[in-house]
Design a protein around this ligand. Structure first.
Ligand SMILES: [Zn+2]
Ligand SMILES: [Zn+2]
Length: 300
């Protein structure tokens, strides 16, 4: 690694999807590499296999950060955690740190109980080290700085994802003067634009349907939990990141009215926002250094 890469934040979008089952899009999971750490933001469906595709042993990830407890952000945890303990996942030998809002403790305790027998069996049969399956949970009741080591900081912030979906967080990651912001699932929350002002990279979630169906009750009920392309354009215009990245697109359709395509989403946003913009795919990489470099996804 040369020095400029060392001072960079490397981001890999492992999962860019939603609860909708889609083999091309695992559900949300974003890997951040900086200052020698590997941090994972959410553990959506297929996160462990996406890490393998990215040639990153699960055991090399030191910390997990949860945004909220919708299953599309958590269901990959068991596979990630237990695979990382096995030789095939890198033989984790020191505890994993899991951080997040209120509810993190319950999620982890439930996993411990569910996999108690597997842990007992592998400890005694395969002699896997107890420390390697240990989890240190840090649950925070309030937003603020949740990680600060070797110049790498992670700060959580609250966002609106709907009245009944609380707590719900986004994260701001900073290292060596670079800033990456992950909105998490957010419903047109203008606070994100303040937090992401002049950031290098802003990942923002989205929900969309064609005009003809967006006011139908069932479609509207889902869209009310997300940010429309036009609203995302406003957030990007106010924050002006070096690169805005759409992730976690909830694209709704009905017979005769198919979901909007990626091209239609980009065109709609670009009518109202003229800055650099892309849509994340699984296994895309972003090198955040002096400039933001996008490395296209590996073939999947
Ligand atoms: Zn989600
Ligand atoms: Zn959600």
């Amino acid at each position: 690694m040369n020095n400029s890469v060392n001072k960079s934040i490397i981001v890999t979008t492992l999962g860019t999807g939603t609860p909708i089952l889609n083999p091309k899009r695992a559900s949300q999971s974003i890997l951040i590499e900086a200052a020698g750490y590997r941090l994972l933001f959410d553990t959506g469906r297929n996160v462990a296999t996406r890490l393998a595709e990215a040639n990153v042993p699960p055991a090399s990830v030191t910390h997990i950060f949860f945004t909220h407890f919708h299953s599309d952000h958590t269901v990959g945890f068991a596979d990630f955690w237990l695979s990382s303990w096995l030789p095939a996942g890198g033989s984790r030998s020191t505890p994993l740190y899991v951080l997040g809002p209120e509810g993190t403790h319950n999620l982890i305790e439930g996993h411990r109980l569910a996999f108690n027998d597997d842990i007992k069996i592998r400890s005694s049969d395969q002699k896997l080290p107890q420390k390697g399956v240990e989890i240190k949970t840090k649950e925070f009741l309030k937003c603020g700085q949740v990680f600060n080591q070797d110049g790498l900081t992670v700060t959580s912030f609250e966002t609106d994802h709907g009245e009944k979906i609380k707590p719900n967080w986004g994260y701001k990651i900073q290292y060596s003067g670079r800033t990456v912001v992950i909105s998490g699932d957010a419903k047109n929350d203008i606070r994100v634009s303040e937090i992401a002002k002049n950031s290098d990279l802003l990942f923002h979630s989205l929900g969309a349907a064609k005009d003809e169906i967006k006011n139908l009750d069932d479609v509207n009920a889902i869209l009310q939990h997300h940010t429309t392309p036009k609203e995302a354009a406003k957030i990007f215009s106010l924050s002006r990141p070096k690169l805005a990245v759409i992730i976690h697109m909830v694209l709704l359709g009905k017979p005769g009215f198919p979901p909007m395509t990626s091209m239609e989403i980009l065109e709609t946003i670009q009518k109202h926002y003229n800055g650099p913009l892309t849509i994340a795919e699984d296994l895309m990489k972003f090198e955040v250094g002096e400039k933001v470099k996008v490395i296209p996804k590996a073939n999947i």
